[in-house]
Design a protein around this ligand. Sequence first.
Ligand SMILES: [Zn+2]
Length: 271
Amino acid sequence: MTTFSKCKSCQNQFFGNYCNLCGEKIIEEKDFSMRSIVGQAVGAITNLDSKLLRSIKLLFFYPGKLSMAFVEGIRVPYMKPFQLFVLANVFFFIFLSDIDIFRTPAKWFFSEWYDGIQVLNYVRDIAEKQNLTHEEIAIMYDAKSSELAKGLVILLVPIIALIGQLLNWRSKMAYGKHIIFAIHFFSFLLGLLVIWFALLKFVRPYLDFEQYWNIVPVIFLSWIYYSISTKRFYGGSWPMAILKGGLGIFLINFFVHLYRVGINLYTLNNL
Ligand SMILES: [Zn+2]
């Protein structure tokens, strides 16, 4: 005989041990035993661990498979896309906050040119007006721009999703699916950047990060990755997937560049 229960969280009537509407579990006295409490604590940590490890494994070694699984409804074994993205962000901004990708640090930006105006001259004007030194302006700029670059980076997700939709418009997929794909790609990219720059730092202790070629292997690898995941997630032929990969990475690069310029200029104008 199955027993009929009323959910304590949402008042739904259901059969079984878990509410079919909100997932609430029926609590029994034995759930409060020492053994159960310890088991829950261990489970919370190891479960998160295994979900994380499983997701990372798929993300890095099977391009597109994690998005595929999530869209097809295999969700329990993996971390939620946004969780993974937040984690990738934290990881990225802890290790690479000073890299010229989502903003340009003052030490480089203050000598660049925009629309025929040298930033350095502009900085000199601000310093004079606010009666601050160049170094103080640089510190202010670095603090504000890194906050902004971190806080707004999620804006790139809908843009990357739109690029996926544009390149695969014939798939007629819902925009939400492109979002999943974009989040996973972006999380991979952030992870790849961290690994790549860690490697570079290890190989060359006195690395000059402003050299553009440093990023070329990352672009090449992400092209391969984007092509394979496109093939897996959207289908189609290999030549098309490779072409879409190239176009996709080019467009993503372009928008990341726009984002960086936007962050730099906005921060400079609001010091
Ligand atoms: Zn319920």
